[in-house]
Design a protein around this ligand. Structure first.
Ligand SMILES: [Zn+2]
Length: 194
């Protein structure tokens, strides 16, 4: 986690990546290199400061970082793997006052009906002209489609013809946890719960 998350406005991260290093801090961490801007990967970002939300973001596949350790010694890691790369991009964003919601990213257009979305129930709903079970999204197209479906539901008529494009970017954790395989199918990378 990042110091500003607990009200300390210093450029410090507290990390615990397990054995053998255990907990340690990174002071003044900086990204010194990142992989191709056009080859980012997507994931559902999960933040301690926004525990009720899952946010789809795109991150660099790999980064290199430098920082100062607790003994005042300069340290660096080169070309990190996805897991560490996304974690440090998330944490360093906190130092810059940037939250996952600022990076909410409708990178993939999803077509519901017959999409093989991983959720037969959602596909069936779309085919029947019903709104999918999403509580919150920032994508303008989604809001518009949801409004059309709500209107159709109120009038007791069918909604717009499926398929429709649907960019879910910010969802509640409850929605995510109700069907993780469906949501995980919409991103390039996810962390298996342990
Ligand atoms: Zn966070």
């Amino acid at each position: 986690m990042a110091a500003p998350q607990v009200g300390i406005n210093r450029r410090i991260l507290a990390l615990n990546l397990g054995d053998p290093a255990g907990p340690f801090t990174m002071i003044n961490p900086e990204i010194t290199w990142h992989s191709d801007e056009h080859k980012k990967f997507t994931l559902w970002d999960d933040c301690l400061s926004l525990p009720w939300l899952m946010v789809r973001v795109a991150r660099y596949e790999s980064i290199s970082v430098k920082w100062i350790d607790e003994a005042g010694k300069p340290q660096h890691w080169e070309k990190l793997n996805r897991a560490l790369s996304e974690l440090l991009q998330h944490e360093i964003d906190h130092l810059d006052g940037v939250l996952s919601t600022d990076r909410a990213c409708p990178v993939k257009t999803k077509t519901f009906a017959g999409s093989g979305s991983g959720s037969a129930a959602e596909d069936a709903k779309a085919a029947n002209g019903q709104a999918p079970s999403v509580l919150l999204s920032t994508a303008p197209g989604t809001v518009e489609a949801s409004a059309l479906y709500a209107e159709a539901e109120r009038k007791g008529t069918k909604g717009p013809a499926a398929p429709f494009s649907f960019d879910e970017t910010i969802i509640s954790r409850a929605v995510y946890e109700s069907n993780p395989s469906y949501w995980n199918a919409q991103v390039d990378y996810f962390i298996q719960p342990t």
